[in-house]
Design a protein. Sequence first.
Length: 227
Amino acid sequence: MLRKLGFPICGMIFLMLALNGCSEKGREFGRSPDHTNFGAPVEKTEETERAYQTQQLYGPVTHNNTKLEYSQFLSNQLNAMNGVNTAIVMTTDKNAYVALMIDSSATGTKGTTKETNNQGTQKGFYNDKQPFNDYLPSTDLNNGYNNYETAVHHDMLSHRFKQAMAEKIRLLQPNIMDVYISANRDFLNQMNSYAQESWKGNSLMPLLTPFNQTVARVFGTAQVLPD
């Protein structure tokens, strides 16, 4: 009797091993259940050419932009991505600059260091300097208290997170030469004030010089080593 069952049992074992192998192959290329989470551990991922701050890989850069606009379309597209709470995208004659707030809908977006106090205790809910004043300037999206997360330096954002956003921008607007992405709180608040000017129907060209100075400070101009 056991001899008769030997072949079906062997066949079932072979089938299980084959299916397991297919499953492992799927995880190899990032198709595991966590593949939508940026920075989630996978055994192997396909390496693609870096899509953000590409020119800085080869030498110093300048941020001498000659045009400045707020892109509602690109902002909306990035807002819909995992890990992004708010995205403000500015476009110039050649580049796209992204200011972010990060939510907890994806793992591996940044390092473990938290910059935001979400306890809401001791000092007012919104205003740390004036404990009994909950006023927040209308241009500020984030002041470090009871907000979504920020990152003081763009290097704190994971490569996969920035890569996904940069690839989407390049796909939607192929004329973009380079993409710069930061979740720095001051940069976010400044770009939010620029977006508000655009919503009012005002040109951003009068703000071009301070914008160029800001992005040169936030992203730097010196050559950087690849990740």
